[in-house]
Write a protein that binds this ligand. Structure first.
Ligand code: EPZ
Length: 417
């Protein structure tokens, strides 16, 4: 079981190139199932979840090769419609193959993704919306058996609640639906716009009608495509917070500052100095860290995927802060571990009360989920002494070369087998 050893306290200084977005790559990879033409994907991050999605596509019959940082996908003989529990259970985004399989074959058997550390993660919104396109489904022994006896038929669909995955599944499914589909109350995370750009470049007909509604005209033929996925805004936000929390100075490359305006504005209010450039963001962490109450919300609000990380920064603020987690029902798993490092955080329902003025102390720690793991690294970077973080397989799901990137900017960090 891999562990990470981190010796703090270290101010981070230097530059980090931000990798491609995990949460953009996953729906785009699922969407490749629509096409029987040649597909080349670039800038995919080298993280476990991408490997798992590639394994899932190969189990469905895709032919995939990885050469010189490019993924070559050939689905001309892809003919399987069964996505097994063994692959979907480790990576919930596996449910995103449901839409494209239904669009292409009119039937699919996909494992329910099951819950995870941060919540039950249901897919009721996905299924109800797909039934509006003519899909019939039943759930048996942990699998969704779905069919579209007359093919998918375009319709007007309004999501009852904003859901990133449901929006993505329905966009992909609607690409081949007969006629026109209008999706309203869509999630508008940048990764969704990246998916729309990818699909349109492949020959689909999708356009934004309003801030949260999309029109999709069904098509039949697609084209060869080469596409480079966007940068990972959560990785970028994580390293911005790493600089703020260690009073360091980092230059992040391959970042579009316009996409992370909310995060930049909040970090400025907390006290960091930030300079933005066309494809870079430079941050100077300051000793004085001001309190800030934060509520996570769908884009363009503060992302739930940065909640654990900003909590570490607020532990060092001069006064008490409150974080309200409004997306997931159990996303405070990192709090107990942070308190073991000297933080004073209490939880009441979906609110965390953070006392501030914390001097983190090194400890042996346990990671519980992807973003909680990285918050433990941030705290360990500030703590005098040696911390060891266990179960870092959570981390490897979503952060490419994290110890290499941190070591290059002065962190004392190494992986222990
Ligand atoms: C995506 O998950 C991301 N994953 C998550 O990132 C991210 O935290 C989340 O969006 C919110 O931004 C990927 O993109 C692969 P949702 P997703 O559907 O699509 C409830 C990470 O760390 N819901 O927007 O699963 C759900 O339980 C991961 O990279 C239903 O009730 O999120 C949650 O409370 C973690 N029924 C809320 O909606 C449904 O059918 C938002 O979920 C679907 C969702």
């Amino acid at each position: 079981m891999h562990k990470l050893e981190v010796v703090g306290a270290k101010k981070l200084k230097g530059q980090i190139r931000i990798s491609g977005s995990k949460n953009s790559s996953l729906p785009i990879l699922a969407a490749t199932l629509l096409s029987s033409k040649k597909i080349i994907l670039k800038n995919l991050p080298k993280v476990k979840d991408i490997d798992t999605m590639v394994d899932l596509l190969c189990s469905l019959g895709s032919k995939i090769n990885y050469t010189r940082n490019k993924l070559l996908i050939n689905n001309s003989r892809q003919n399987k419609k069964f996505a097994s529990y063994s692959l979907v259970k480790t990576m919930r985004a596996g449910i995103l193959v449901l839409g494209p399989l239904l669009a292409k074959f009119g039937s699919a058997k996909v494992s329910l993704p099951g819950g995870c550390a941060i919540g039950t993660r249901p897919i009721d919104i996905h299924l109800k919306a797909l039934s509006k396109l003519g899909v019939k489904y039943k759930i048996l022994q942990g699998y969704v058996y779905a069919t579209a006896p007359n093919g998918l038929i375009g319709n007007r669909i309004r999501f009852p609640k904003i859901s990133v995955g449901a929006t993505e599944n329905l966009i992909i499914a609607s690409c081949f639906a007969k006629g026109k589909t209008i999706l309203s109350n869509c999630a508008i995370e940048p990764e969704i716009d990246d998916l729309v750009k990818f699909l349109n470049k492949m020959g689909c007909k999708i356009n934004w009608l309003t801030k949260r509604s999309l029109q999709i005209i069904g098509v039949k033929n697609l084209k060869d495509i080469t596409y480079s996925v966007m940068f990972d805004r959560i990785e970028a936000g994580t390293y911005l917070i790493a600089a703020a929390v260690t009073e360091g100075h980092l230059k992040l490359k391959n970042v579009d500052p316009n996409i992370i305006k909310t995060e930049i504005n909040i970090l400025k209010k907390i006290g960091s100095k930030i300079r933005i450039y066309k494809n870079e963001v430079h941050i100077y962490g300051k000793a004085k860290i001001k309190k800030k109450n934060i509520r996570t919300s769908p884009y363009p609000g503060f992302p739930t995927d940065l909640q654990a990380q900003i909590m570490v920064l607020l532990c060092k603020a001069n006064k008490k802060s409150i974080i309200k987690e409004s997306i997931f029902e159990n996303r405070f798993m990192h709090v107990a571990e942070l308190n073991r490092m000297g933080a004073k955080i209490s939880i009441n329902g979906n609110k965390a009360y953070i006392q501030g003025n914390t001097n983190f102390t090194a400890a042996e720690l346990m990671a519980t989920d992807l973003r909680a793991s990285v918050s433990l690294i941030l705290a360990a970077l500030c703590a005098k002494g040696k911390s060891v973080i266990n179960r870092i397989y959570h981390l490897d799901r979503g952060y490419e070369d994290i110890e290499k990137k941190l070591k290059r900017v002065g962190a004392k960090i190494r992986r222990l087998n």
